[in-house]
Write a protein of this length. Structure first.
Ligand SMILES: [Fe+2]
Ligand SMILES: [Fe+2]
Length: 268
């Protein structure tokens, strides 16, 4: 028998990119046990971290959150999430977040985190976001208290995203990502009925992202939408709703170091 020990010495050099896995709208229920665990088990072979863009459950119950937690537990890469509107439906969003946290998931709402992934520091700013519509076709903070409250919710959520991104801007991050459930742009809604665009996102999120900058913006919610979009400020946007990407998760390669400085786009 030969003995052995773990190799020692300097860590291998970090690669020139961070590979981000992302998915939203997995909508797991209590009958979904084991559905995604096999796919998540291969994450360490292909990605440096996993982003979850909300609507992780069907009705936002603790029981459903426990299923999500079990699918993710020990998946081998850092997991950062925001909740979606479905995760709020039962009024148990705090408990849902806690169940996910107990499984090692970093759940963001109006704040940011920096995770060490693939030898790089990855900053993620997250918020659920809200509705309201897009430039020229958006709701205004005018009239009835209910209407003002509706628009104010979107404005406050976007404000929290801007603050969370600004926090990251002051940190030594190799890449910065904005993670939301609602969409910041109309591009990634293409395929959805035009009539419901105001309920799928708000331009205020894009304004927040462009005001600080990010290497990538990831969202879900628009099941019939399109994967690729762009803010007016040039930040790439990806709709990772599972019905859109049609896989357990999508992979995006974000250049770091000199390649990031040249503005090389994320792939695919
Ligand atoms: Fe959804
Ligand atoms: Fe949703």
């Amino acid at each position: 028998m030969t003995g052995g020990s773990a190799p020692t010495g300097p860590a291998p050099p970090a690669s020139d990119a961070v590979v981000v896995a992302a998915v939203g709208d997995i909508h797991l229920g209590t009958d979904s046990r084991g559905l995604l665990r096999p796919a998540f088990a291969v994450l360490p072979d292909c990605a440096d971290l996993l982003l979850l863009a909300g609507d992780l459950t069907r009705h936002g119950t603790v029981e459903e959150a426990a299923v999500v937690a079990e699918e993710l537990r020990g998946c081998g890469v850092p997991v950062v999430a925001v909740l979606g509107n479905h995760d709020y439906h039962s009024g148990q969003e705090a408990e849902v977040g806690r169940v996910l946290c107990d499984a090692g998931v970093v759940v963001l709402e109006g704040r940011s985190t920096v995770v060490s992934a693939g030898g790089h520091q990855v900053g993620v700013a997250g918020t659920k976001g809200f509705c309201g519509g897009f430039a020229g076709r958006s709701a205004g903070e005018f009239g009835e208290p209910e209407m003002k409250a509706f628009v104010r919710a979107a404005r406050q959520s976007a404000g929290r995203l801007a603050e969370a991104l600004a926090y990251l801007a002051d940190r030594a991050c190799d890449v910065r990502i904005a993670l939301t459930h609602f969409s910041p742009v109309p591009d990634t809604l293409a395929g959805e009925p035009l009539e419901i665009y105001p309920f799928l996102g708000t331009y205020l999120l894009a304004e927040a992202i462009d005001s600080v900058g990010a290497d990538l913006a990831v969202h879900g919610h628009a099941h019939l939408g399109t994967e690729h979009g762009l803010t007016t400020g040039g930040v790439r946007v990806r709709n990772v709703a599972q019905p859109v990407i049609r896989h357990a998760f999508a992979l995006y390669r974000l250049p770091v170091g000199p390649a990031r400085a040249t503005g090389a786009p994320p792939s695919p």
